[in-house]
Write a protein that binds this ligand. Structure first.
Ligand SMILES: *[C@@H]1O[C@H](CO)[C@@H](O)[C@H](O)[C@H]1NC(C)=O
Ligand SMILES: *[C@@H]1O[C@H](CO)[C@@H](O)[C@H](O)[C@H]1NC(C)=O
Ligand SMILES: CC(=O)N[C@H]1CO[C@H](CO)[C@@H](O)[C@@H]1O
Ligand SMILES: CC(=O)N[C@H]1CO[C@H](CO)[C@@H](O)[C@@H]1O
Ligand SMILES: [Ca+2]
Ligand SMILES: [Ca+2]
Length: 577
């Protein structure tokens, strides 16, 4: 029986497949990024080449073969620019220099070159909302140097009182978003830490400067940008207090108690800025006759309605894609259900503009790792899900081997927002998902020869890349998935997706394409499940299996099937074209 919570999008075709097959054109591939796997590297924790305990660019270069072996198309690097590292590089002091922790400009050029040889594109993290308080622009603005006075958002205290912030706005990192500056005798605004003053995008010079930054790195040879925290680019110009969010009677620490929409975030001006960045990179690609487009991806934690605005329209193109965090935010702990997964997918599909490229994010350096959120045994099923769903797949480094969170105490912690208050560190810290990559089981997990900046997770003894190379493992499953995903590069006339709740424990995803039907069967629970599942074609065979599965590749699958606890499978119908 099908429960009423089932969300089904099933389309029955009256037309035969062979009719579509006739129209197939071998050369009609999608653009490289539309079916790409973007692998996020957190440079500080990926690979340390010089034994100072901090990951670096030479370390990344030395591990590019890992990315090549995985088959990923591109990697985006969390910020590598000169920074006091108050917020792990999201506080940039100089957009044109590599931070000394990570190496030199020469190291970066070598990385680009080596990556290019392997066919891996490099995407940089672009942080437009704020700089470090040690950036030259801020120093010049603070002493009112001509031309820089309004580079940041400066205000007098309320009613001229230097001890009273201009209004009730709160920082994402808690507490007032205003910081008194002794030198300038004014407050400045900061959405994140007080060492990250917000740039003033109402000043056209700021936008011009940021465009120069983009062009500089394009000239260097990068393939695109991931744009950080974009909903926060512009604030309300009247500086009126933000109203309390529904259900709150007071608000002075956590910004969640303020209704920030249209005041502190998600303002219309924000989208135009992204559209202007898109126009800039398109123009660059055109002027330089680049074979491949330069890609922009935006990071926006906001409502689905607002998220999709970053895509823009046919007249105002925006981001190539904007991160879809639904699978992250809808499944916050191991207590998730099949409905939660189905809702997370459908919620996104509903809002995705027609013709836009979809994308699926399972993790990043701001959220607990997949294995810790959904359970180690479900890692393969979730990787299968994001590989099978249409569009871009985004992987945070370590998720390909199913790394769980590491263990970090408040004293060892580095996350600025969390270490402020040790009593809530366990709930708020982002350090757990930032522990070093587990290359092997040695003392420092093959990451470094000395004590790493964050402790190595205890799971390295049984969970590390070396142990997964030649055996059936999360790693081998992930590689199989990327191989499978290459099938989706070709444009397909039919590309229909159905998300089906088979029962409380089993999710089915059907993707019907010209060449074949693909089916994911995913048992998220602890017990075996015998099911019958929706199928259109007659013959299905197994193409990818989870490590919890005992089935072999090529095995034919009957209508009636018993899935082991946490077993997940991708099936493929017989070749249709
Ligand atoms: C203002 O600050 C800049 C940067 O620190 C410095 O170079 C300049 O000399 C300062 N100007 C004045 C008038 O203090
Ligand atoms: C898990 O879900 C059940 C039922 O909805 C709920 O009672 C329980 O509190 C949840 N546990 C956690 C850890 O969220
Ligand atoms: C996922 C991500 O990159 N989050 C970043 C968003 O921006 C703030 C401020 O720059 C960072 O602290 C987060 O790490
Ligand atoms: C529900 C759905 O997405 N149906 C689509 C299935 O694929 C055909 C061909 O691409 C579309 O025309 C339908 O809209
Ligand atoms: Ca180092
Ligand atoms: Ca801002």
């Amino acid at each position: 029986m099908i429960s009423k919570t089932v969300i089904i999008v099933i389309v029955f075709f009256s037309t035969s497949y062979s009719q579509f097959c006739n129209n197939l054109n071998d050369n009609d591939d999608l653009d490289w990024w539309q079916t790409a796997v973007f692998y996020q590297i957190y440079p500080r924790s990926f690979m340390d080449s010089d034994g100072d305990g901090i990951g670096d660019l030479k370390g990344i270069t030395s591990k590019l073969d890992h990315l090549k072996n995985l088959g990923v198309s591109a990697t985006w690097l969390s910020p590598i620019f000169d920074s006091p590292q108050v917020d792990q590089g999201y506080d940039i002091r100089n957009y044109y220099e590599i931070d000394k922790d990570y190496g030199t400009m020469e190291d970066f050029k070598s990385l680009l070159e080596a990556a290019k040889e392997l066919g891996i594109k490099i995407i940089l993290d672009f942080v437009p909302n704020h700089t470090s308080d040690q950036h030259d622009w801020f120093l010049l603005s603070a002493n009112r140097t001509k031309g820089y006075e309004d580079f940041y958002i400066w205000r007098d205290g309320k009613d001229g009182d230097p001890h009273s912030p201009p209004n009730n706005w709160l920082s994402e990192f808690k507490g007032s978003a205003w910081k008194w500056h002794e030198g300038r005798q004014q407050y400045y605004f900061h959405d994140f830490s007080e060492q990250q003053p917000d740039l003033n995008y109402r000043n056209p010079m700021v936008l011009e400067e940021m465009k120069k930054v983009i062009l500089f790195w394009l000239d260097m040879g990068v393939s695109g940008f991931r744009m950080d925290a974009v909903p926060f680019l512009v604030e309300d110009a009247t500086f009126a207090d933000a109203p309390l969010a529904r259900g709150y009677t007071a608000c002075d620490i956590d910004p969640i108690c303020l209704n920030r929409e249209n005041i502190l975030k998600d303002r219309d001006e924000t989208y135009s800025i992204i559209y202007s960045f898109r126009a800039l990179v398109d123009d660059y690609a055109k002027r330089n006759n680049l074979a491949d487009p330069i890609v922009i991806m935006t990071e926006a934690y906001t409502t689905p309605e607002n998220t999709v605005l970053y895509y823009g329209s046919s007249t105002d193109l925006g981001a190539h894609f904007t991160f879809n965090f639904n699978l992250l935010t809808n499944l916050p702990n191991s207590n998730f259900t099949v409905d939660d997964i189905a809702n997370a997918i459908n919620k996104w599909q509903v809002y995705l503009p027609k013709g836009a490229t979809s994308n699926w994010v399972l993790g990043n350096h701001d959220n607990h790792r997949v294995a810790s959120r959904v359970g180690q045994d479900n890692v393969d099923g979730f990787n299968m899900l994001t590989a099978l769903l249409p569009g871009v797949m985004v992987t945070y480094n370590g998720e390909e081997i199913g790394m769980p969170d590491g263990e970090v105490t408040c004293e060892q912690g580095k996350d600025p927002a969390a270490i402020k208050n040790c009593s809530t560190f366990d709930q708020t810290s982002r350090d757990f998902e930032r522990t070093p990559f587990q290359w092997d089981s040695s003392k420092y997990a093959g990451f470094s020869t000395s004590e790493p900046w964050l402790p190595v997770g205890s799971s390295k003894n049984w969970l590390n890349l070396a142990a997964q190379i030649d055996v059936k493992s999360h790693y081998s499953v992930y590689k199989d998935l990327i191989t499978l995903k290459k099938n989706f590069k070709k444009r397909s006339i039919v590309d229909n997706l159905s998300i089906i709740k088979v029962n409380e424990q089993v999710l089915q995803v059907v993707r019907q394409r010209d060449e074949a039907d693909y089916i994911l069967l995913f048992n998220i629970g602890n017990s075996d499940q015998t099911i019958t599942f929706y199928r259109k074609a007659l013959d299905y065979e197994v193409v990818v299996t989870s490590i919890t599965s005992q089935r072999s590749i090529g095995e034919k699958i009957d209508n009636l099937i018993t899935l082991k606890a946490h077993e997940s499978l991708i099936l493929r119908s017989a070749e249709l074209c």
